[in-house]
Design a protein around this ligand. Structure first.
Ligand code: NAP
Length: 251
């Protein structure tokens, strides 16, 4: 079940954290993998590690998702190596927090450029290739901050809410080409991005008290959802956002 054997998957922001967890899971399910992130050496290292552990092929491609030329080159290199792209995971993202009235324009721009424009550019380039095969799965890592308010996160919340409705829009436009477009909205996941919460015991306990499962998520929790949405078993699911948050947003 949920096999990805012989599929080709590109994961952005995959040298660490949730992206790396997703890449490991998709490789375990049988997919060949393109590890993409902003540092070529880290991409190569992660790709090698994942290929060795799973007997699949993996390559690393440096790509800043907010740069159209680099995104086009990422998709071109994928097709050159593997002949096609079946699965795209838009995972790359950053967070910048400040009060709404003090939030700096340059921070707003970088968060929106990487989190939202990055998902647009990667999805557009990948969808052009997927259309040729009448097959594709695009999965974006949004956040529960795109569903509910997260204090001091104006740009982050707006970028993730943007991904959630872009997901619905792309799902409608691409359904005729049998391309599924879905999103996963994690709650608190233990990664380098959330070190500032993990290391602050008081803040962590306060947060955990609001999560019915009373623990932070792990990258593997998110990867499980992505594997399902990337599989043929999820063919009839499109335009959806699946919260993977230990129940944080249901009360
Ligand atoms: P992470 O540990 O910071 O990993 C994100 C990776 O993306 C990093 O390697 C980062 O590089 C890279 N990246 C940053 N800017 C990029 C760009 N322009 N192009 C390509 N790659 C870029 O974060 P994470 O926690 O794994 O988060 C992964 C995704 O999940 C993000 O979209 C995040 O918003 C989302 N998410 C995370 C949580 C959570 O609790 N962790 C919750 C909800 C949603 P640098 O090291 O240089 O930044």
């Amino acid at each position: 079940m949920f096999s990805l054997k012989d599929k080709v998957a590109v994961i952005t922001g995959a040298r660490r954290g949730i992206g790396k967890g997703i890449a490991e899971r998709l490789a375990y399910a049988g997919a060949d993998i393109v590890i993409s992130d902003i540092d070529q050496e880290d991409c190569d290292k992660t790709a090698q590690e994942i290929a060795d552990a799973n007997s699949i092929q993996a390559i690393g491609v440096k790509c800043d998702v907010s740069n159209k030329d680099e995104v086009d080159s990422l998709i071109a290199k994928t097709v050159e190596k593997f002949g096609r792209i079946d699965i795209l995971v838009n995972n790359a993202g950053i967070v910048k927090l400040d009060s709404f009235t003090e939030f700096r324009e340059e921070d707003w721009n970088s968060v929106l450029d990487i989190n939202l424009k990055g998902a647009f550019l990667c999805s557009q380039a990948a969808a052009k290739e997927m259309k040729k095969n009448n097959y594709g799965k695009i999965i974006s890592i949004a956040s529960i901050a795109g569903l509910v308010a997260y204090p001091n996160g104006s740009a982050y919340c707006a970028s993730k809410a943007g991904i959630i409705n872009l997901t619905r829009e792309m799902a409608v436009e691409l359904a005729g080409n049998k391309i599924n477009v879905n999103a996963v909205a994690p709650g608190l996941v233990e990664t380098p991005m959330t070190r500032f919460v993990m290391q602050d015991k008081e803040k962590l306990n306060q947060t955990l008290a609001a999560i019915p499962w009373n623990r932070p998520g792990q990258p593997s929790d998110i990867a499980n959802a992505v594997q399902f949405l990337a599989s043929d078993e999820a063919d009839y699911i499109t335009g959806q956002t699946l919260a993977v948050d230990g129940g944080w947003t249901i009360q």
